[in-house]
Design a protein around this ligand. Structure first.
Ligand SMILES: Nc1ncnc2c1ncn2[C@@H]1O[C@H](COP(=O)(O)OP(=O)(O)OP(=O)(O)O)[C@@H](O)[C@H]1O
Length: 402
């Protein structure tokens, strides 16, 4: 996770390899998580008496990703593209349909019972809505003690008390918080409790699903800084799921862009934001205003037509071809592109990414803004991103385009 001053996460020289990519330092430590061809399909059932499976929602459909120890991997993409399901699939909170999830060298799909429980202790989740994810009838103390007891980490009374004080101090809450209930806290404080709960079991990996999106912009930076401090002091690895492009840019070392169940682009955060290579990422980023009025005046916005296809009936070939301004006949419609490393550490799943980057293919006129209707879903979502970016430009985060 990048700090607000842009310093890199600490790691020892021996477990790092670094190389330069257009001025960006790409740092890769030891692999903690290795996801291969992960699929999570949800059956669609019909029938009152006989529960017939009539189809599947292909929520996650062939994801490959690796996450290194001590890094923050940001997952971004529009609503419904499968980010949460991927996070849950990695933790086996949603049962994968196929594929492998290697965590610290062990395939967690093969684990059962006690072994799975022990492995789960090392992987925790922080949720978007701290109020919804905390039991309103439980005091902070019982919430935290419950987490420890579930994994046999509670110890005796004085050990538990010491640990509780450590946890509260780690997340910046006073000891008096122990006796209080979730409704007595602000949103930011509740998220601190959610983080403390995840920390009770000394995890290695935290999957944070929209950890700041329910918070006021003024509080978002505090929680991001807390996550950052905890990462440095405890050596944590994060997967942060977020739709806010500014937040993702700010907190991630590397970013994966998801579209309809797959990762279409993955790169070190600085590289991705400096030069997006996948048409979907290019369109998302072109929609976000920049603070410099001259740059803003010349900003070329790529708008896309068509609705987001249903994950129950995804398009053939490239999943994005139905809305891609650079779509080329036949190949895009028939062949599903795989992630290919086009720059150091920068992978793209697009048959024509190099041609697009070199300007050898122009976006189709029929896909430009003139034809965008008010009811276009993506246009709506992109404009939501624009509005969000405008809000965050007065937030503690740097403006997306800065
Ligand atoms: N338990 C489930 N059963 C059936 N379909 C599901 C289930 N969970 C998610 N889905 C579907 O899977 C797709 C991906 O959902 P998911 O929540 O992972 O997306 P997301 O990118 O996290 O979106 P959001 O940002 O809105 O949470 C959606 O079409 C969703 O409706």
């Amino acid at each position: 996770m990048s700090t607000p001053t842009g310093t890199e996460a600490a790691a020892t020289e021996s477990d790092q390899r670094a190389h330069s990519s257009g001025g960006t330092k790409v740092t890769a430590g030891e692999v903690l998580l290795d996801v291969q061809d992960l699929k999570v399909h949800f059956p669609i059932k019909r029938g009152v008496i006989f529960d017939r499976t009539v189809g599947y929602v292909y929520a996650v459909d062939g994801v490959n990703m690796t996450v290194h120890k001590g890094e923050t991997y940001g997952l971004v993409g529009e609503s419904g593209c499968g980010k949460s399901t991927l996070g849950r699939g990695i933790l086996r909170l949603s049962e994968p349909t196929s594929g492998s999830v290697m965590f610290d060298g062990v395939d967690i799909a093969s684990l059962k019972g006690e072994e799975l429980r022990k492995m789960r202790r090392r992987m925790q989740m922080v949720f978007q809505d701290p109020l919804g994810s905390l039991d309103p009838r439980q005091s902070v103390q019982s919430t935290l003690v419950e987490g420890m007891q579930a994994h046999g980490l509670a110890g005796d009374r004085s050990q538990t008390g010491k640990r509780l004080r450590e946890l509260l101090s780690a997340v910046g809450l006073a000891e008096s918080a122990l006796r209080k209930y979730p409704h007595e806290f602000s949103g930011g404080q509740r998220q601190r409790i959610g983080i403390a709960r995840a920390l009770t079991v000394n995890p290695d990996l935290i999957v944070a699903d929209e950890p700041v999106s329910a918070l006021d912009v003024s509080v978002q930076a505090q929680v991001v800084n807390l996550l950052n401090d905890l990462q440095e002091s405890l050596g944590l690895t994060y997967i942060v799921i977020a739709h806010d492009l500014a937040v993702v840019k700010h907190i991630s070392d590397r970013v994966g862009v998801m579209y309809l169940g797959g990762i279409v682009e993955e790169a070190p955060s600085v590289d991705l934001y400096a030069q997006p290579l996948h048409p979907y990422t290019i369109a998302l980023m072109s929609a976000v205003p920049v603070p410099d009025p001259i740059v803003e005046d010349n900003r070329e916005q790529i708008l896309l037509t068509g609705d987001l296809p249903s994950p129950a009936n995804p398009p053939s070939g490239c999943r994005f071809h139905t809305r891609c301004p650079w779509r080329q006949p036949t190949k895009c419609d028939t062949d599903r592109p795989v992630l290919v490393e086009l720059r150091p550490g920068h992978k793209v799943a697009c048959h024509y990414a190099e041609d697009i980057a070199a300007g050898r293919i122009s976006p189709s006129a029929s896909m430009n803004s003139a034809e965008i209707g008010d009811d276009d879903l993506l246009a709506q979502r992109i404009s939501d991103e624009v509005l969000k970016a405008r809000e965050t430009s007065s937030s503690p985060f740097e403006n997306f385009g800065a």
